[in-house]
Design a protein around this ligand. Structure first.
Ligand code: FAD
Length: 468
């Protein structure tokens, strides 16, 4: 039987990063992953194959199309007869995915991580190690890392079909639907809804909650909702979906909105109502791996499960279901196994939504800080007063800094506007170092850049922003 120091089950951002870091630290590592694309094993998990990467590729293509059609004219550029070739756009997205998933395979080779395609299953404890069934062959491992990720949540009684799709289906719709329904106004719903709206679909988004993006700072969600509605996304809140029927050439959805029964018909329906932990096929029950009441693998503060030598990281342990959180857990765990002090600071994990305008935040919202009983002061700076944003022709949004009124320490930074997905990194770094609004306000920022809005928002905390 082959034996390894570390056997990773799942090759997504949590698992492949843990495998590479463990190999760098001198462990003999193997990774077994069950994901298949075009009939072949493909590393990178949900994120690289059917999540972060392909969705951003489509967001970029559709944003360019919208820019050429509508915004270019403001810059004096007229393009007549702009057309979208959906097949080519999807092929480009697939080639981006191929490059990145192939890149992980290359990194495995470079770091001497043994890659096995197929299902991984915990079998039994044998001496000091675990026997794992890796794609039908038993191997022995001193440490096992469960990084089996998550799957889309299905609505009870609703079957996936060509017209009723979850995230992977939404990334391969072969032509622009005339009428697209989206169930769920979360990150994935608004991103994918935006893609198809930009390409010409009439998009209706049905959400069970009473408001939009309730986890974000209230000022951010208010502005973002207004912008998305201006673009034509048709939001309905406090909706209770009663039935979804694929009629063969359309999808009929009946729902209740504010006590009114509504019947709607769509060409396609994207269901994006959250994700559930994926533990099917892992053999969890047979070996007694403890899950919580929602099906997440239970871990302690060091990613250890109830089984000696078995650890878990990424979406399958819950918390923020984000690729960068999963990756950082992979690094931290590998370092802990090597006797180092790997650590993830969950208080500064950034959240990003790649719509137009983009939305990004890290740390506490003003509302959450107040609810915690903290004495809070805030500063806000609009992109309409930022020279670079004016030059771009995109002045929607603002940066808001939330600081502790007693210590000046930054508690959270919230942004909505152009390129904020990149700008949030600065906020994360300063919060990681326990910086104050004063520290940020006194840091030189290049002119003219969008990031000057971050500095000015920090200055606005003490009412001394210069340009607003
Ligand atoms: P996964 O990526 O789900 O990987 C788990 C892997 O384990 C899979 O390959 C699976 O096939 C495999 N597996 C499962 N069970 C077994 C088994 N028994 N044996 C072998 N292999 C197994 N996050 C962001 O941070 N930014 C984004 O922009 C973003 N966009 C997203 C867009 C969409 C449409 C979706 C769906 C998700 C998005 N996410 C984004 C979330 C992100 O994809 C996940 O948080 C991330 O992939 C979690 O990584 P993971 O390694 O824990 O799990």
């Amino acid at each position: 039987m082959d034996s390894y120091d570390v056997m990773v089950i799942g090759g997504g951002p949590a698992g492949y990063v843990a495998a590479i870091r463990a190999a760098q630290l001198g462990f003999k590592v193997a990774c077994v992953d069950a994901f298949e694309r075009n009939g072949k094993g493909s590393l990178g998990g949900t994120c690289l194959n059917v999540g972060c990467i392909p969705s951003k590729a489509l967001l970029d293509s559709s944003e360019k199309f919208e820019m050429i059609q509508h915004e270019a004219q403001e810059h004096g550029i007229t393009v007549d007869g702009a057309k979208i070739d959906v097949a080519k756009m999807l092929a480009r997205k697939d080639s981006v995915v191929d490059k990145l998933t192939g890149g992980v395979a290359f990194l495995f080779k470079k770091n001497k991580v043994t890659s096995i395609f197929g299902l991984g299953k915990l079998v039994r404890l044998e001496g000091e190690g675990w026997v794992v069934d890796a794609a039908g062959t038993e191997v022995l491992a001193k440490h096992v890392i469960v990084a089996t990720g998550s799957s889309p949540r299905a609505l009870p009684g609703v079957q996936w079909s060509e017209r009723i799709v979850e995230n992977s289906g939404a990334l391969t719709i072969p032509e622009v639907p005339q009428k697209l329904g989206v169930i769920g106004a979360g990150v994935i719903g608004v991103e994918l809804g935006s893609v198809w709206r930009r390409l010409g679909a009439q998009v209706t988004i049905l959400e069970a909650l009473p408001g939009f993006l309730l986890a974000a700072d209230a000022a951010v969600s208010k502005l973002a909702l207004r912008e998305f509605q201006k673009q034509g996304l048709d939001f309905h809140f406090s909706v209770r979906v009663e039935s979804i029927v694929d009629t063969g050439n359309s999808v009929k959805v009946t729902y209740t909105e504010k006590e009114q029964a509504v019947e709607a018909e769509f060409d396609r329906l994207i269901v994006s109502v959250g994700r559930v932990p994926h533990t099917a096929g892992l053999g969890a029950e047979a070996v007694g791996l403890e899950l919580d009441e929602r099906g997440f693998v239970k871990v302690d503060g060091h990613f250890a499960t109830n089984l000696k030598g078995v650890y878990a990281i990424g979406d399958v342990i819950g918390g923020a279901m984000l690729a960068h959180k999963a990756e950082d857990e992979g690094v931290a765990l590998a370092e802990q196994l090597a006797g180092q002090s790997g650590h993830v600071n969950y208080d500064t994990v950034p959240w990003v939504i790649y719509t137009t305008p983009e939305i990004a935040w890290a740390g506490l919202t003003e509302q959450a800080a107040v609810a915690k009983g903290l004495n809070v002061k805030t500063g806000q700076f609009p992109f309409s007063a930022n020279g670079r944003a004016l030059g771009h022709g995109d002045t929607r949004g603002f940066v808001k800094v939330v600081a502790d009124a007693d210590t000046d320490r930054i508690l959270g930074v919230h942004m909505v506007g152009p390129n904020v997905s990149e700008m949030i990194a600065e906020a994360v770094v300063i919060m990681e170092f326990g910086g104050s609004a004063e520290d940020l306000a006194r840091t030189v920022h290049a002119h003219p850049t969008l990031s000057e809005a971050v500095k000015e928002a920090a200055m606005a905390v003490d009412k001394r922003a210069i340009h607003a």
